[in-house]
Ligand binder design. Sequence first.
Ligand code: XMP
Length: 520
Amino acid sequence: MKSQIIVLDFGGQTCHLISRRVRDLGVSSEILPFTVSLDQLRNLNPKGIILSGGPASVYEVGAPTIPKEIVDHCVSKKIPILGLCYGHQLLAKILGGKVAPKTSKEFGKTNLTVKNADGVLRGLKPIEIVWMSHGDQVEALPEGFEVYASSSTCPIAVYGNSDTNIYGAQFHPEVRHTLSGNQILANFIIYICQCEKDWEMKSLIPILIQKINDQVGLNGQVILGLSGGVDSSVAAVLLHNAIGDRLHAIFVNNGLLRKGEVEQVQTSFKERFGFKNFHNVDAEEIFLSRLEGIVDPEQKRKIIGFTFIEIFEEEAIELGEKFPNIKFLAQGTIFPDRVETAATSNSSSKIKSHHNVTLPDRMKLELVEPLREFYKDEVRRLGRELGMPEEIIVRHPFPGPGLAIRCVGEVKKEYLNLLRDADAILTEEIQKTGIYNELWQAFAVFLPVKTVGIMGDFRTYEYMCALRIVESTDAMTANFAKIDWDLLERISTRIINEVRGFNRVVLDISNKPPSTIEFE
Ligand code: XMP
């Protein structure tokens, strides 16, 4: 299938999100590095090009750019271009406009005044809320361009030239905070580029299976880290469809799992999906002993990641004696995991390391990551297309490092047990009320802070439990969920009454950004 929209990556955190929004509109898209050559572009023959945002400044030495001949080619072939944020500034500069630094950076929700509700802004209201995040801005337009919209601090927030179909927007239409973002992208993709809506998830399954077979070969065997979460479960079923019993699913109990999880995962995969090669490894002791005394979140993640890989390798060696063709390690890594580790392009900066992708150099197994291009909700759609049951599909995401990053500070079995019990109560109450599927995640967090309480006639001095309940569509941004007070009260009362060790429950009311979903 030909990619109809090419997204050129200038290192922005939301570059992949742009491509994903294009797919949401039913149009295929592909991300290419900004270093793409004119010949490559010519061969791909896209119907439109989007230039992503990025952290650089267009006048910096070595700032990412594209040759003007690419823009000229697009103009001559009538291929529309949309520049976003850095892409907006870069296009203006390449075409002879002027970009200058602002004295103060603009970050967050901004009111946009629409001056020309046409082109990419077709059908928009006179005032729209958009998401800005920039230091520089366009100060003078290239010849032949007009201002389509402005904000109080950014006079050229959207520009365009309806003859050449080149547009630029200083803000990010791809993030949900830009309320008409999808409309803007649809205007560009469907109305201006006139793309066909011919992309759907189902058509991807045979392509993904083929890719797995190409990488693994006819005899290759694969081990997979099965966590029980939706990502690794969908990856496992996809791989099972592709290579059958040549897949060895290894489930590591790292002692950092939720209540009852070990039993649930075994039952699902062995009995329901009929996995013949399901291996259960109990490694709780080794994980917890290595985490002893460690409080730094990054260090915790690294220890868990390395231990996990080590155990895999040990298991693989053991299995390798029986199955000499085990040469691959499959993981349910999805796109946001790679964004946050800055493993998506050379130009983005590191935020957090995710254990799925911090592999040691001595790693002997080749990685198979069939879901690496997808967002969580796309993985769910894929799982449904694969015929997987809803209870696995709609399960809230659970991070690779597990409860260790929800146990703030040092990780101890005593704390984990408290956390598991509180978390199970929270989940049960949320499920009972029927709002589980509306939430992205709802979980408990252990805070190693002791405060005073009173129970019966006794003074207590116990730890604190935080509730993190968020709504999101892709984990790139998230809002705390404004759930019913009575439900919150039931959860809090049950936790304090039933979990001996907590005497206080607090609610996290921060959004992402600037906070993250997990506490560490
Ligand atoms: P944050 O905390 O970065 O989380 O806002 C975004 C999403 O990613 C999940 N998460 C992880 N998943 N390994 C994972 O597999 C990790 O190390 C990890 N850290 C965060 C988190 O649960 C949320 O859904």
